[in-house]
Design a protein around this ligand. Structure first.
Ligand SMILES: Cc1cc2nc3c(=O)[nH]c(=O)nc-3n(C[C@H](O)[C@H](O)[C@H](O)COP(=O)(O)O)c2cc1C
Length: 364
């Protein structure tokens, strides 16, 4: 009796808190997009979720455990995509929301301001965003100091560092920028990501070439099993697949598929959210055709529902990152996606998420 009453009370508190989370997100959406992001980050940094009941995600994770080579076992496959917390300001807040893994960055070696504002735009009709942030970063030294102060429990919530190059670094010295960021975080990251796929740094996507992958691999050497490469969805299929082949051959741990796709209307920048979903999912298939399941993949791009998560997993993703869904759904997004994912699995009589990973490619 008392257990049931306790459960009811906690259900009511959770429902109320979820409602407050949604209301708060709706209020934030009245502000210009980047200002809303800044306010949200400030609240998280100041421990907003410490005073409100945090989403109670644990009971939603039965059967959802996944293992990522080189990183570890996560209670469920949902992770924070790069770009939301570029400067490691609020990792604790994101962990309290229920994210099983976080990606900080993109971090550049030196601080830089990014592009002039406005540079972030909502497209609510299609649940999308367009951004041309241009790697606004506090720089590797400042971000590493801030992260060290968090005394992060990497075994509880793995945390990766997404690495980029400074805008003013010439292309022929780009590899050294990535290596500098990795060096700055060598004791502060569960994994690294080489970002050669953001559309808003001039020349960055030109680095998505076999020659650059070889140069980087030579520079990283023994550290390669800790490094993932994030790819762009706008490449021609042949170029994309050639790159995946080289990444696998050189011994990188895996790939993140994909970054935003480049658009020029109604704003110039990278588009994320629902309109990206099909294209990013197709890239998982392109990659799988090359490595046949031998190269670990993390999915990113247009995940707004549990059905979207499911589609990424069956195409071979071991984990799934979200960004735009958090903007539209607010702090309860992980609880929502996990509930919906569990329903997708139930619908198919599956008890464990591991059993669906890569299923799309299996006969029968
Ligand atoms: C405002 C904004 C900033 C981003 N910044 C970065 C970044 O710094 N580095 C990166 O690799 N990806 C960045 N991304 C891309 C996301 O990590 C993610 O790959 C992309 O948004 C697709 O996922 P989504 O559809 O769930 O948003 C950014 C995306 C947005 C919307």
């Amino acid at each position: 009796m008392s257990v049931a009453r306790g459960a009811n009370l906690s259900f009511t508190r959770q429902t109320l808190a979820a409602w407050m989370g949604q209301a708060g997100t709706a209020v934030l959406r009245l502000l210009p997009a980047e200002m809303a992001h800044d306010v949200g980050m400030l609240l998280l940094e100041r421990g907003l979720l410490d005073v409100l009941p945090a989403p109670y995600v644990e009971p939603l994770t039965a059967g959802l455990q996944v293992t990522l080579p080189g990183i570890g076992t996560l209670p469920h496959p949902l992770a924070l995509a790069a770009g939301f917390d570029k400067n490691a300001r609020a990792p604790r807040g994101f962990a309290r929301m229920g994210f099983a893994m976080l990606e900080i960055g993109t971090v550049t070696p030196q601080p830089q301001p990014g592009n002039p504002k406005p540079r972030l735009f909502r497209q609510p009709g299609t649940r999308a965003l367009i951004n041309r942030m241009g790697f606004n970063s506090d720089g590797a030294a400042a971000v590493a100091t801030r992260l060290a102060a968090h005394k992060w429990r990497f075994d509880q919530v793995p945390l990766g560092i997404n690495c980029g190059k400074n805008k003013l670094t010439p292309q022929d010295r780009a590899a050294s920028d990535y290596l500098q960021v990795m060096e700055a975080f060598k004791d502060l990251a569960s994994y690294f990501v080489v970002n050669i796929s953001s559309p808003n740094t001039p020349g960055l996507r030109e680095l998505a070439s076999p020659a650059f992958i070889h140069e980087l691999a030579d520079g990283i050497g023994a550290g390669l099993p800790k490094v993932w490469v994030k790819l762009d969805p706008d490449m021609a299929r042949r170029d994309f697949q050639e790159l995946v082949e080289v990444i696998a051959k050189r011994g990188f741990q895996g790939i993140i598929v994909s970054n935003t796709h480049r658009v020029t209307y109604p704003e110039v920048g990278g588009q994320s959210g629902h309109p990206l979903a099909a294209q990013a999912t197709a890239c998982l298939e392109w990659a799988h055709a090359v490595h046949q399941g031998d190269l670990p993949m993390i999915a990113s791009g247009g995940v707004l529902t549990g059905a979207d998560v499911y589609q990424k997993l069956i195409r071979g993703a071991l984990a799934v990152q979200v960004y735009t869904a958090l903007v539209y759904e607010g702090p309860w997004v992980i609880a929502k996606l996990l509930t919906e994912l569990a329903a997708e699995l139930r619908l198919r009589g599956v008890h464990h998420v591991q059993d669906v990973i890569g299923r799309y490619y299996q006969d029968g």
